[in-house]
Ligand binder design. Structure first.
Ligand code: NAP
Length: 347
């Protein structure tokens, strides 16, 4: 850290995303004069890597920050993000709490950075499945206009939080040793050696999970096109980290697989891995640890002359959360936007 630069708060600093955000701020040499980690009362006083000591959130402890990066869940964001914004800090929030509010920009650094210009103190980081998908869809949308998407996700347990990763590993260990598993708590059913068509949760009477609704609503908001028709099924699979997605993309204008491959190869933040003969396609275990979005299996949908099929994979904790949050902080810095312009109205 330098003697020049911003005062930054990282809220949820002990979690999976928070830990990565701290590491990325260091790695990418973000101009910070001071970084203060916040977490729940359970962690106050804990020393993190680099000697940072966790603080608790209070009206006094949140004063004097320029930026606050949140990854502590929706209720913490609901309560504390407006309070940080009211002090003059700009909040970048990883939870779903503010994403669909009209006066809160929902931003992916490679896709709609211009949306940052209209912020009112809180900026939302999209859901991880949406994030990686729109990075890959943006160049195709610009070229041919997306008319309809049919999405199936294969989502890693790290997307649910640390407790879910422990549950998968504990269950797998128990089952491999022919022992009974503990009753599941992160999910409704056993996740080890299984696939759950239930990523997120069902509100009473809802036939889609909130995760599926996020994919639909957030994609339209980020691409700025409410007319895109979207069908989504989100599935939790026993993968520790790295979300995979099979996406059928129907365009308004003709788009060949060759042209799509060309556009994707030139797109920022995208790496094309597409040589089926050599068994080369994106894999969750390879994407883990990378900030890129990987795309492969680019092919014509034999059932529709204006549709393509894609396989999109990324590290959900990095590009799906922490990396984009830090990239947004960098963009705010570059654009001279690290100043709140009045907190957004309460939803
Ligand atoms: N995991 C993903 O792929 C992903 C992707 C996009 C967005 N997100 C979002 O990012 C957030 C965190 O996810 P995660 O996977 O990092 O979860 P996690 O590993 O469970 O970490 C949660 C963090 O929030 C803190 N926290 C919990 N309650 C708090 C409170 N009342 N006040 C202050 N801090 C509190 C925890 O502190 P303690 O350690 O003290 O409990 C911990 O630092 C969630 O909103 C999630 O939806 C996650």
């Amino acid at each position: 850290m330098s003697s020049e630069g911003y005062r930054l708060a990282v809220v949820g600093a002990t979690g999976q995303v928070g830990t990565l955000m701290l590491a990325l701020l260091r790695e990418r040499a973000f101009p910070a004069q001071e970084i203060v980690p916040f977490a729940s009362a359970r962690s106050v006083g804990r020393e993190l890597e680099g000697g940072l000591v966790v603080r608790g959130l209070s009206d006094e402890s949140i004063q004097g920050f320029d930026l606050a990066l949140f990854s502590a869940g929706g209720s913490t964001s609901g309560e504390w993000a407006p309070k940080f914004a009211a002090t003059g800090a700009v909040v970048i929030d990883n939870s779903s709490r503010w994403r669909m509010q009209d006066d809160v920009p929902l931003v992916v650094s490679e896709v709609n950075p211009e949306a940052l210009d209209s912020h009112h103190g809180i900026i939302a980081n999209p859901n991880c499945s949406t994030m990686q998908m729109v990075v890959a869809l943006k160049p195709l949308h610009d070229e041919a206009g997306i008319e309809r998407l049919v999405i199936s996700t294969y989502q890693a347990v790290s997307g649910t939080g640390k407790a879910a990763v422990d549950e998968l590993l504990d269950q797998a260990h128990a089952l491999l040793h022919q022992r009974e598993i503990e009753p599941p708590s992160a999910y409704a059913h056993q996740i080890a050696f299984n696939a759950l068509p239930h990523a997120g949760s069902f509100a009473p009477g809802e036939d889609h999970t909130d995760e599926e609704r996020k994919l639909i609503d957030e994609t339209r908001k980020i691409l700025g096109d409410p007319a895109i028709r979207i069908s989504a099924t989100c599935v939790r699979v026993p993968v520790v980290n790295g979300h995979s997605e099979a996406v059928n993309v129907q365009t308004r204008r003709e788009l060949s697989p060759e042209r799509a491959r060309e556009l994707l190869a030139a797109a920022p933040g995208v790496t094309v891995l597409d040589d089926p003969d050599a068994a080369l396609y994106p894999l969750a275990i390879d994407a883990t640890g990378s900030d890129e979005v990987f795309v492969g299996r680019i092919r014509r949908d034999p059932g529709h002359e204006r549709a393509l099929d894609l396989w999109i994979v990324a590290d959900n904790l990095r590009k799906g959360a922490a990396t984009n949050a830090v990239q947004l902080a960098e963009l705010l810095h570059e654009r001279g936007l690290v100043r709140a312009q009045g907190a957004p109205s309460a939803a």
